[in-house]
Design a protein around this ligand. Structure first.
Ligand code: CLR
Length: 389
């Protein structure tokens, strides 16, 4: 039945929310949604999903040759999908509407060194509010592995589902080698019942180091197929991989996948159960005052508390306060003829690496902008504390 998972008192507001989505495309974040679908977490925390299997991120550095490295990168990439796209369902029962970050919002965290894998740092900054754009860097300095990227979303509505096109890309650097990573398209299903979940569609690429991985996503079809299915092909780039063979990997990105073609045919490629998930350790306390006013946990502290405890009056009062403050800041800037300065990133109109590698795979769009990291880590992340070796 429609609205099955929606608390009875919120069915009306859920159906008007769905109607407003249907007649709307662009920035979903501005639409008012009923309380049951609100998440207490801001989008600035989402880049942590790239590294919640930190052993696999670090293991990229240990690959012996370019082909092994391409496979290690693909394994890490596939391992992040479960956390990126199904973890809200597991934790909160369905996909939820994240908090819409304020311009300049920050998130600092790390994964401690364990068994010599090296400490991994995470830094996130909300670099645009209209439209929302989030930039991030994840770095294992000891191992020489770094991921820098940004992302935004374009949403539309099609036959009962929200279609989310991700804008942006990530650049993974391993030693001196650079790889471009593109982002999947999302379909949010289950809206009718009030229990949304994400399915991935289309194709993404990981290009670099002489190889290209092409990852195709498929969901549950009308007659056949399983949710969260993918097929990935790892092949040498034209004229670059010598005689190396092509690998094909197939399976479910939230569970298990196998090599189905190539030298390792039949072997397990990745099994989510065998790699442990580790949440990032957030820097500083949100309540004790050591976090700055723009750090996400501190900024949204009371909104999150309201949402978690069902005190929606507190949540909406605090949310309005933050939004009004933001509006006032923008007005003051306009009046003073100044502009908000980014703290950790520099906006570039183009990314020559994306264009060069993208051309090899004929990816679209053929050009994208970029947010380059200014390499100004906060002190709390450069002098590691409390590492358990
Ligand atoms: C953000 C970047 C991450 C991957 C990711 C996962 C889930 C996506 C999120 C991104 C963007 C915002 C998103 C969310 C799922 C639902 C939410 C599209 C792409 C929208 C705004 C909420 C819609 C409201 C429904 C739940 C009703 O790396």
């Amino acid at each position: 039945t429609p609205g099955e998972a929606v608390p009875a008192a919120q069915r009306g507001s859920w159906s008007s929310f769905l109607k407003s989505i249907a007649s709307f495309s662009g920035d979903l974040s501005s639409l008012t949604a009923p309380p049951f679908i609100l998440s207490p977490t801001s989008l600035t925390e989402f880049p942590a999903y790239w590294c919640e299997r930190p052993d696999l991120f670090s293991a990229i550095a240990d690959a012996k040759d370019p082909q092994a490295r391409a496979l290690a990168i693909l394994r890490w990439f596939i391992s992040t999908l479960k956390d990126q796209y199904t973890s809200r369902n597991e934790l909160m029962g369905s996909e939820k509407k994240p908090l819409n970050p304020a311009l300049g919002e920050l998130f600092y965290a790390h994964w401690p060194d364990r068994n010599g894998r090296g400490q991994i740092n995470l830094l996130v900054e909300q670099v645009s509010h209209h439209p929302p754009v989030t930039a991030y860097v994840i770095e294992n300095k000891v191992k020489g592995v770094q991921l820098v990227g940004h992302n935004a979303q374009k949403t539309s509505f099609s036959s009962g589902s929200i279609i989310v096109k991700q804008i942006g890309h990530a650049v993974l650097t391993v030693g001196k080698e650079e790889y471009v990573i593109t982002l999947p398209k999302l379909r949010i299903d289950g809206l009718w019942y009030g229990s949304p979940y994400v399915e991935l569609t289309d194709t993404t690429y990981i290009i670099g180091g002489g190889f290209i991985s092409t990852i195709e996503y498929k969901g549950k079809g009308y007659f056949t197929g399983k949710s969260h299915t993918f097929k990935a092909t790892v092949a040498p780039l034209p004229g670059m991989g010598g005689s190396s063979q092509e690998h094909v990997v197939e399976g479910l990105w939230h569970e298990k996948s196998k090599f189905t073609k190539g030298p390792f045919q039949g072997d397990v490629f990745h099994d989510v159960e065998t790699t442990s998930k580790e949440n990032a350790t957030v820097i500083g306390g949100e309540v004790d005052g050591s976090q700055g006013a723009f750090e996400t946990r501190k900024l949204w502290n009371l909104v999150a508390k309201g949402i978690r405890e069902g005190d929606y009056e507190l949540a909406s009062r605090e949310k309005s306060r933050i939004e009004n403050e933001q509006r006032q800041r923008r007005k003051d800037e306009a009046a003073a003829g100044t502009k908000w300065e980014l703290k950790h990133f520099k906006h570039e109109d183009s990314d020559p690496l994306y264009e060069r590698l993208g051309r090899l795979a004929k990816i679209t769009p053929s050009e994208e902008d970029f947010y380059g990291f200014l390499v100004n880590w906060p002190e709390a992340l450069t002098k590691p504390a409390g590492n358990d070796k």
